[in-house]
Design a protein around this ligand. Structure first.
Ligand SMILES: NC(=O)C1=CN([C@@H]2O[C@H](COP(=O)(O)OP(=O)(O)OC[C@H]3O[C@@H](n4cnc5c(N)ncnc54)[C@H](O)[C@@H]3O)[C@@H](O)[C@H]2O)C=CC1
Ligand SMILES: O=C(CO)COP(=O)(O)O
Length: 349
């Protein structure tokens, strides 16, 4: 059934998801504060700053008015960087005319509060306005989704009914949507893979090869699962789309903003220069700060995150950080898995 859907944020991801929903014949209202972008989308059906050369369907209407976007809308897709989530959620509270299901598609953790995005949304939007929160995550670069290349994602919510409804809204021939009830795992996997992607970019930028990158992906997954499980996630989620799936695509794709930023760092640019050059959100930087705090809070070893923290915030030389990672004390490879699975050591080692 066709319905009106609001997408808040006309960057790469908001625009690509608006295209998926419009392909499914929904009436999409794409909100951004940028008037020039609104005019370009409405007049030429292009968003050339974020998705050059992509013609957008005509049933996407862009607007700078949140009231116009939200009137009589039951599903709101939040597609802004993590640091803008609270601000935009607070605006939704003022403008919503009916209770809404929020679908968030952002990948981050808030430093200091250490909250996941669904938790931030629950804090900002009172229960009489917020019907449900659903997260949509997985290996999905906007550039490829907008070309209608095959893409798979997962949606998760405390409400299986809400997750099922969002699966139906987005699912089509090019965009396959799974459900997974583990909202903690889906949000943690999506957020933390950006840290490992920055590290993979740095490794490639230094000139290290595929062995190093495979090591980062594998041991990166081990530390994500170690933390996520302690936070209450299902360990199996990290073998799925929001875990290893997103880790692979973000560590290996030239589309990844996190990989690209890491690559520039590995080639010797400093962080401020890199972020200035990107012009798009590099979520992994703030998430590294949050994950570093989480590893202390939950007393979980996260050596790659720790190395990245030293590179980003203590100006450690990336090569020296790699040397230190390699020279750590000897370990048993399966130690992690045993902790993650809660299995009995003597049965598995
Ligand atoms: N680009 C991609 O392929 C994917 C991105 N994501 C996630 O989606 C989120 C958004 O990413 P992108 O669309 O790539 O970012 P982007 O940098 O392309 O666009 C962000 C949009 O948010 C808007 N924005 C920023 N701060 C705002 C504020 N305070 N109030 C209102 N609007 C604000 C910007 O104007 C811009 O339109 C991130 O968390 C990212 O990790 C997830 C999957 C894929
Ligand atoms: O999450 C993404 C792909 O699944 C996008 O990653 P980047 O933000 O690094 O581009």
């Amino acid at each position: 059934m066709t319905e009106k859907i609001a997408v808040l944020g006309a960057g790469s991801w908001g625009t690509a998801l608006a295209l998926v929903l419009a392909d499914n014949r929904h009436d999409v209202f794409l909100w951004t504060e940028n008037e020039e972008r609104v005019n370009e989308i409405n007049m030429t059906h292009m968003n050339s700053r974020y998705l050059p050369n992509i013609k957008l369907p005509e049933n996407i209407t862009s607007t700078t008015s949140l009231e116009e976007a939200l009137v009589d809308v039951g599903v709101v897709v939040l597609a802004v960087p993590t640091k803008a989530i609270r601000e935009v959620a607070a605006e939704v509270v003022k403008a919503a005319t009916t209770p809404v299901t929020i679908v968030h598609v952002s990948k981050g953790i808030e430093p200091d509060s250490l909250l996941r995005i669904s938790e931030m949304i629950e804090q900002e939007i009172p229960a009489n306005v917020l019907r449900d929160v659903v997260v949509l995550s997985g290996p999905s670069h906007a550039e490829e989704v907008s070309l209608r290349h095959p893409t798979t994602v997962t949606v998760s919510s405390k409400s299986s009914e809400a997750a099922g409804k969002i699966q139906d809204l987005f699912m089509n021939q090019h965009f396959r949507v799974y459900t997974n009830p583990d909202i903690i795992g889906v949000e943690i996997g999506g957020a933390l893979k950006n840290i490992i992607a920055l590290a993979a970019g740095i490794s490639d930028g230094i000139g290290y090869g595929d062995n190093a990158k495979a090591a980062l992906i594998t041991r990166g997954l081990a530390e994500i699962a170690r933390l996520g499980t302690k936070m209450g996630a299902n360990p199996l989620t990290f073998s799925g789309l929001a875990g290893i799936g997103d880790l692979i695509v973000t560590c290996t794709s030239v589309h990844s903003r996190n990989w690209r930023a890491g690559n520039m760092l590995g080639k010797g640019q400093n962080l401020a220069e890199v972020l200035e050059n990107m012009g798009m959100v590099v979520e992994g930087v703030r998430t590294t700060k949050a994950a570093h705090q989480l590893s202390a809070k939950y007393d979980v070893q996260m050596p790659i995150t720790n190395a990245l923290y030293n590179i980003l915030f203590k100006q450690q030389d990336p090569k020296k950080a790699v040397d230190e990672l390699m020279a750590r004390v000897k370990k048993h490879e399966l130690e992690d898995l045993i902790n993650v699975l809660g299995a009995k050591q003597d049965e598995l080692l």
